[in-house]
Every structure is written in C-alpha cells, then in structure tokens.
Write a protein that binds this ligand. Structure first.
Ligand SMILES: NC(=[NH2+])NCCC[C@H](N)C(=O)O
Ligand SMILES: [Mn+2]
Ligand SMILES: [Mn+2]
Length: 300
C-alpha cells in the first residue's frame, strides 16, 4: 500500500495562529519512518501552496458571527486539496492529509468522494456541524461536516459539497463539546453520534467497531478524520480548541488499530496540531504514532 502524504499548511479555519505549521511538526516527528515501520510505502507529495493571511485579508480575523471567515481563501485551498486527494485515490494510493485546521476536511472529503460513495468516521471533541448562521465563532474549522453534507446554508455551495458522502454513513466518535444549535442539528440528522459517554459506557472497542460499520455500510471506502483535540489535552496539549475529558493514549491507539483492521480506509487526515501551543512537539509525535497505528503498526 502506498500512502501519499499531502501537507495542507493552512490556518484560515480558526483564530489561533500556528496550526499552519502542523505539517512540518508532524514530518519532524518522523512520519515517514513511522509509516515505514507500519509496513506501508510512504510517498511525500510536499505541501499545497497556501497564501499567507498577511498578504490576503488581515481584517477577516476580527471575530464575527453570521459569517464564515476567510471563505474565499478556504475555497481556494480546499478545492486544490480535493484535486490532489482525488488524483491520489485514482492512482490507487491512500492519501494522508496533514492539517492545518479542520477546514481542510472539506477538501479531503470532496476529493475522496469524487466519483464514489464514501463514509466517514469523525474522531473529534467537536461536531464541526455549524453553518455560517449558526456558528458562534465564524470559524470554518467548526463547519466542515455541514459543508460537505450540504447542511443548512451550505446547501448548493458546490465547491464545498461532497455528494458522494451521505449522512447515514457518517459516524462521530468521542464528541464532548457541541454548540446548542449544533446539538439539535446533529440529533435531527441521519448521522450516528457516539459521545464520550458512549465510550465510558460501552468501551472504545465496541464504539469504534460500530462507527466503522456505520461508515462502511454499502460504500466504496471510508475517510478517517482525526482531530487531535479528540484526545485528552493532558496528552495532546498542542491544539487550538482543547476540551477536557478526551480519550486516553491507549484508547486512541486501540481505535486506530481497529481502523487498520477494516481494510476499507480510502483516505485519512490528521488535523489541528498547533506546534506553537504544543509542549516540545508531543502532540505532533502522538499524531505520528496514531497514524502509524491506523496504517497497521502493531506492538507485537
Ligand atoms: N475542528 C475544531 N477544532 N472545531 C472546533 C469548533 C468549535 C466551535 N463549535 C465553533 O464552531 O467555533
Ligand atoms: Mn475538534
Ligand atoms: Mn474538528
């Protein structure tokens, strides 16, 4: 199996600078070697070209509601990313996107879903199901799932919609921080949502197994989206929107080991690593380890 590494060094989806350095931090943590030790061929396509915010639209950082900040920039980045991801899948590879903030998922998912039906497992503290009118922050990293599914204001926004992904094949794992409107929208949707409480009650093995089944049901493949704030901030401090009560080190590894066992992984992304907020690159190192587990690395 060839894993095609695609860096997406963008921070346009949120307010805390530095997450654009995520791809460097993850490579520096030894991603290629970790993938080789998992037994896959790693081919690094380098980074997408992302224009600096300072050159573009500095005023757009002013907090606002009723909007989606840097939407023009995000459209440019994610449409370029979608092409790279689609090309990689078409070449028989498995693309691995390195964020960047979670807005990159718009590109990963629409690229992976081009000419195909896919499912998605969303490992995240957050629902990322806001629309410009429901978002409390205007940050697009809180909206990518709504965008690709065409929910609310995102309906008919062609560059952002991924018609090959339907709600029935989306499963969240580890939710614990939802905005009120988001909570309602997720309940009303056809998506399956496993919260941290479900993990407490059923255990990680059961929950991840169920999520993979939902995502993989009747589709051509599954996209795995790993937001590093899914983990507890004590082990993954280098993220912009940390939330207490996340999964442990072992739960995370075991979840990724289960991902590797499915065989159906079509594409993956690891996002929200912010080296500026990190402690000696430990979040990037953990991201690297988890990716290796997701691609088959085993203890014995
Ligand atoms: N990918 C993330 N870290 N998303 C955090 C989203 C936080 C909040 N729900 C918002 O929409 O602003
Ligand atoms: Mn998150
Ligand atoms: Mn997220």
């Amino acid at each position: 199996m060839t894993v095609r590494i695609i860096g997406a060094p963008t921070d346009y989806g949120q307010d805390r600078r530095g997450v654009d350095m995520g791809p460097s931090a993850i490579r520096y943590a030894g991603l290629s070697d970790a993938l080789s030790s998992a037994g896959v061929d790693a081919a690094d396509a380098g980074d997408l070209t992302v224009p600096r915010a300072e050159e573009r639209n500095p005023d757009a950082r002013t907090p606002s509601t009723g909007t989606a900040k840097f939407l023009q920039e995000i459209e440019e980045v994610t449409t370029a990313l979608a092409d790279r991801v689609a090309d990689s899948v078409a070449a028989g590879e498995t693309p691995l996107v390195l964020g960047g903030d979670h807005s990159v998922a718009i590109g990963s998912l629409s690229g992976s879903a081009r000419d195909a039906e896919i499912g998605a497992v969303w490992f995240d503290a957050h629902g990322d199901y806001n629309t410009p009118s429901t978002s409390p922050s205007g940050n697009v990293h809180g909206m990518p799932l709504a965008a690709v599914l065409g929910h609310g204001d995102w309906e008919g926004v062609e560059w952002a919609n991924a018609p090959g992904l339907s709600e029935e094949n989306v499963a969240y794992v580890g939710l614990r921080a939802l905005d009120d409107s988001e909570r309602e929208a997720i309940r009303d949707s056809e998506m399956t949502a496993y919260t941290m409480s479900d993990i407490d009650e059923r255990g990680i093995t059961d929950v991840v197994g169920a999520a993979l089944t939902v995502a993989g049901d009747g589709v051509d493949g599954v996209h795995v989206s790993l937001d590093m704030d899914w983990l507890d901030p004590t082990i993954a401090p280098g993220v912009g929107t940390p939330v207490r009560g996340g999964v442990t080190y072992r739960e995370a590894h075991h979840a990724m080991e289960l991902v590797a066992e499915t065989d159906g992984v079509r594409s993956m992304e690891v996002v929200e690593v912010n080296p500026v907020l990190d402690e000696s690159n430990e979040t990037a190192e953990l991201a690297t380890e988890l990716v290796a587990s997701a691609f088959g690395k085993r203890i014995l």
